[in-house]
Design a protein around this ligand. Structure first.
Ligand SMILES: Cc1ncc(COP(=O)(O)O)c(C=O)c1O
Length: 380
């Protein structure tokens, strides 16, 4: 039995994160507070956006993003069919209909030609998923959205730090939504961030991440005990909208601040690993890389390949102690979402070939070599 312990995904954490958490413990303020505020400021600087709002997941970020536009209930939103369910659940949770869009053959992203066929008079927005960390075809999507007066929400769960046309993804549309779930570019355990340059959307999202309350406790806390303060209404707040309990907390933010400082290192390591995979796999005629792995954008999130006889392939690698995944079962194949099924022939065909290979910044080159060797062995 092999002693290899290859992980499909693995967060990269060390004492720096532990020390940051210790500092939060010593302050005894674990909830929404100054750490979240600092993380938001640092995130704005990193992404180059005016505003950032820390939340407790990428799903929460998307829910709040859709909610912030206050669309009428009979409207619909275009979204990739090949994505994680949160890309569509944010639409349904806000009382709207998701229109599921096919993928592109060459990068599995949002297929603009399919969107042009499916848009109708009730379409109000697009949730664009930058699938696997590859920028969607924004040169075509943005003019299409402008022409049709559609809002753009970028689902950036896979693409933290990815640059396109000299700008970070997440800043092309009205709102960008990031995930810090444990497998993502950086992690806070669970967590997320919403970014926007629009003050109205920012205020709406900020208030609704904490139940619609208009003043956060950490800002009011000095008035509780400050003898110099004449304010004896420090406890007072207003609520004029229906919000969620979606805020990030200081423990998560402390981890996130350390992780964000390391993002360049993570990206560099992943590029080296991607290059290694690419070199091997582009020579294997039975394996098709799902997108062209080049270093031009930054890091990819997935090492996603396409193979025939996928299930046999997965079983073989499992016997060799190599974990694999499938990203994703198309949303229209999930029981609850079958009612939204529309024609997405490329997605229906391609998803059956998809396999995700181990890919993270902690993966060793000798493990990549072993994985590639085993893939070649399967075809022999
Ligand atoms: C494309 C996409 N969008 C949204 C999410 C949701 O993020 P979270 O798990 O942080 O809620 C994910 C998570 O895997 C995702 O892959």
């Amino acid at each position: 039995m092999s002693k290899r312990n290859i992980r499909l995904f693995k967060p990269s954490l060390d004492n720096e994160e532990i020390n940051a958490v210790k500092k939060v413990f010593s302050k005894s303020w674990l909830g929404l507070g100054e750490e979240v505020n600092k993380f938001e400021k640092e995130f704005c600087k990193f992404i180059n956006s005016k505003y950032a709002i820390g939340v407790n997941s990428g799903t929460a970020a998307l829910d709040l993003a859709v909610k912030s536009f206050d669309f009428n209930k009979n409207k619909n939103i275009l979204v990739n069919n090949l994505s994680f369910v949160s890309s569509a659940s944010c639409i349904v949770n806000n009382g709207l209909e998701p229109i599921l869009i096919d993928c592109e053959d060459d990068n599995l992203g949002f297929n603009i030609n399919d969107a042009k066929k499916k848009i109708n008079k009730n379409t109000v927005a697009i949730v664009i998923v930058h699938y696997g960390g590859v920028p969607a075809n924004l040169k075509k999507i943005i003019p299409f959205a402008k022409k049709n007066n559609l809002k753009i929400i970028e689902d950036c769960a896979h693409c933290l730090g990815v640059k396109y046309l000299n700008k970070k993804l997440g800043t092309f549309g009205d709102i960008g939504c990031f995930s810090f779930e444990e497998k993502k570019g950086i992690t806070t355990g669970d967590g997320g961030m919403v970014v926007t340059n629009n003050h109205k959307l920012f205020s709406n999202i900020k208030k609704n991440r904490w139940l619609g309350i208009d003043k956060e406790t950490w800002i009011r806390k000095n008035d509780y005990t400050n003898l110099k303060s004449n304010n004896n209404k420090h406890w007072f707040y207003k609520i004029n909208s229906l919000g969620y309990k979606y805020n990030m907390n200081d423990l998560a933010a402390a981890i996130g601040r350390v992780q964000l400082k390391k993002i360049k290192k993570f990206i560099n390591k992943k590029q080296i690993i991607a290059n290694k995979y690419y070199k091997f796999l582009s020579q294997c005629k039975h394996v098709k890389l799902s997108f062209e792995y080049s270093n031009q954008f930054g890091a990819y999130w997935l090492m996603c390949i396409r193979v025939k006889e996928r299930d046999k392939f997965i079983k073989f690698l499992k016997q060799k102690m190599i974990p694999t995944g499938v990203h994703y079962i198309p949303i229209s194949n999930l029981d609850y979402y079958k009612k939204y099924k529309s024609s997405t022939p490329k997605t229906d065909r391609i998803w059956k070939e998809l396999v995700s290979l181990p890919y993270h910044s902690e993966l060793k080159i000798k493990d990549v070599e072993y994985i590639c060797k085993m893939i070649i062995a399967f075809y022999k």
